[in-house]
Design a binder for this molecule. Structure first.
Ligand code: KIV
Length: 290
């Protein structure tokens, strides 16, 4: 990446305004996997805000406006209560804050499962209101007709199989999937079905490594792993997890920073200076007009 872009806080737009065609396209990302081989693994991270997108963008191929924002941003107990309105607002912010990565948006629970037509209306709304390049939806074989319906109507779809967090109430938790033969066979079948339906990529979440490797070798589209295998065609993490924003670090997360510690230290120092009346100091004060 050569150009450096800043966010114009007056307009919330990247400055200078990037040329629209410089963004990576979904077909270009799909084309990374040739004859079952991906030489350059796909780098995906979640983003929910314009500033976060701006910082992540130069390093990523895909920015995912994940419905994990329910827990991460809104403090909800799961992604189930997340709405289309939330996804549209954060999706638009992420598109405004980025110029290089392709941006895709999670379809929230309840916005796509009823029928392909419902899914089309929801996905079209997200794409019109945000400028995103595609959507992601959870589910396997049952979602295959919907994936075909959307893909044939100009909406690139990233599928999501294995552990599907929107189904937490049916699954009974967020534990790894595919540990017994029957469950592994179902996930394998789901992956084949969504690939055949035309998804441009699929997230494989929280499955045993052996199964992730097998699926990656089996399907023609790229697989993007989270809690899966380094052999997947790409990887995704929730950005706040890798930044160390939370006390709990799931097994599949590697912490690359301790932002929680940094924020807490900064807030503590600020509080101490306010109480000691040493902030604001001379450098932060306005003098009278001369
Ligand atoms: O919502 C999300 O952030 C996701 C990723 C964890 C894949 O779906």
């Amino acid at each position: 990446m050569s150009a450096t872009y800043t966010l114009d806080t007056a307009t919330s737009r990247a400055n200078p305004t990037p040329a629209p065609m410089r963004r990576l396209t979904i077909p270009a990302i799909r084309a990374r996997k040739v004859d079952g081989v991906t030489d350059s693994p796909i780098v995906m991270l979640t983003a929910y805000t314009a500033r976060q997108a701006q910082l992540l963008d130069p390093h990523c191929d895909l920015l995912l406006v994940g419905d994990s924002l329910g827990q991460v941003i809104y403090g909800l107990p799961s992604s189930v209560p997340v709405t289309l309105e939330m996804m549209a607002a954060h999706g638009a912010a992420v598109v405004r804050g980025s110029y290089h990565s392709a941006v895709i948006i999670d379809m929230p629970f309840g916005s796509y499962e009823a029928s392909p037509e419902q899914a089309f209306a929801s996905a079209a709304r997200l794409m019109k209101e945000t400028g995103a390049a595609g959507v992601k939806l959870e589910g396997g074989e049952a979602m295959a007709p919907t994936i075909t319906f959307l893909s044939e109507r100009g909406i690139p779809v990233c599928a999501h199989v294995g552990l599907t967090p929107q189904a937490v109430n049916a699954l009974g938790g967020y534990g790894p999937r595919g540990r017994d033969a029957a469950e592994a066979a179902k996930i394998r079948n789901d992956a084949r079905a969504v690939a055949a339906a035309g998804c441009f990529a699929m997230v494989i979440e929280g499955v045993i490594e052996e199964l992730a490797i097998e699926i990656t070798g089996d399907v023609h589209c790229p697989t993007i792993g989270i809690g899966a295998s380094a052999a997947c065609d790409g990887q995704v993490l929730v950005t706040e997890d890798l930044l160390g924003m939370f006390e709990r670090t799931p097994r599949f997360v590697k912490r690359y920073a301790d932002l929680a510690g940094t924020i807490s230290d900064a807030a503590a120092q600020y509080a101490q200076e306010v109480r000691a009346r040493s902030f604001p100091g001379e450098a932060q004060l306005y003098g009278a007009k001369k």
